[in-house]
Design a protein around this ligand. Structure first.
Ligand code: GDP
Length: 156
């Protein structure tokens, strides 16, 4: 399964498609990258910094993956605030939005419906978005999330 993730992942991170992974600390970003076979987390981050001065429009598709810790009810409002700030950014106005509702294996965690409601996702009209339940520890749900991104890829 790791190989499949890696293949899909590589498709995105070539010169015309860009994927940015964000989320609060402890949300599961590193674990997801590990599952994707992309162990070198810092190269993803530094790639973003390197290109920070050039317009994102040079990429054909831009996706933002927001990783949410579904057990963290206290900080979902912080995620919401950051999410809307990010979506308003000029460079991300055409970005697709994939939300991974992570840690679904934990009892009494927030469901996808609850997180959607907290984040007011139905009010997001100017970005294509998708929310996907997942468990980064086992990898469950990650492939479905990436498949959604694939289905939205603009190919020349
Ligand atoms: P990051 O700060 O966003 O990079 O978060 P990490 O990937 O380091 O994960 C933070 C903690 O959450 C670690 O202890 C992970 O093992 C744990 N974790 C990540 N994903 C899951 C998950 O799906 N389920 C559970 N139960 N724990 C998870």
């Amino acid at each position: 399964m790791g190989i499949l993730f890696t293949r899909i992942w590589r498709l995105f991170n070539h010169q015309e498609h860009k994927v940015i992974i964000v989320g609060l600390d402890n949300a599961g970003k590193t674990t997801i990258l590990y599952q994707l076979g992309y162990l070198d987390t810092y190269s993803v981050l530094s790639e973003g910094h390197e290109d920070a001065g050039s317009p994102m429009s040079r990429w054909y598709s831009v996706f933002v993956i927001v990783v949410v810790d579904s057990t963290d009810r206290e900080r979902i409002s912080v995620t919401k605030e950051e999410l809307y700030k990010m979506l308003a950014h000029e460079d991300l106005k055409k970005a697709g939005l994939l939300i991974f509702a992570n840690k679904q294996d934990v009892k009494d965690c927030m469901t996808v419906a609850e997180i959607s409601q907290f984040l007011k996702l139905t009010s997001v009209k100017d970005h294509q978005w998708h929310i996907q339940a997942c468990c980064a520890l086992t990898g469950e749900g990650l492939c479905q999330g990436l498949e959604w991104m694939m289905s939205r890829l603009k190919i020349r």
